[in-house]
Design a protein around this ligand. Sequence first.
Ligand code: 5GP
Length: 176
Amino acid sequence: MKEVVHEMFSEEQIQERIMEIAKQINKKYGNTPLHVIGVLKGSVFFFTELVKRLTMPVTIDFIAAGSYGDGMVSTGSLSIEKDLEGEIDDLHCLIVEDIVDTGNTLSKICKMLLARNPASVEFCALLDKPARRETEVQVEYIGFIIPDEFVVGYGLDYAQKYRNLPYVGRLEFIEE
Ligand code: 5GP
């Protein structure tokens, strides 16, 4: 099978959207310190571009949750593969995710973090695939809403490949 990536959002479109989201977050939090938590690995490109544009005092941490293995379909069993390094008591937390699909990952992370007594928790995702939602999650900041397609690039992978593409694209398999 040949793999072909069809561009959906260019690097410029993504940058522009990230600027808009950062403005929204800056407006909402003002000078209130924000603890920004990236969900590894897919969110890293989005995370760094977003965090650079935040104007309040910012601290960062990372968490890793796995459900996809190396394929295109979620294995259904979610696990926290890497926990946060620091405590989050009394911190205003913003969780940054690459894409919300079934919603199961964010829902699990949300429950786990709320049990640690943060001052608040909000979610931000570059992409949202609402057609496949299984668990309702409130995502306050969304980059782009997309149809039920498997996408790669800008941090998102297929079998660990394509993360380095500067754009987001739909992955197609073609019989050779
Ligand atoms: P959820 O728990 O919402 O179903 O899935 C969230 C995770 O699944 C994302 O963080 C991402 O790693 C993966 N995922 C969901 N949809 C896609 C997709 O279209 N492309 C890629 N590369 N990963 C996806």
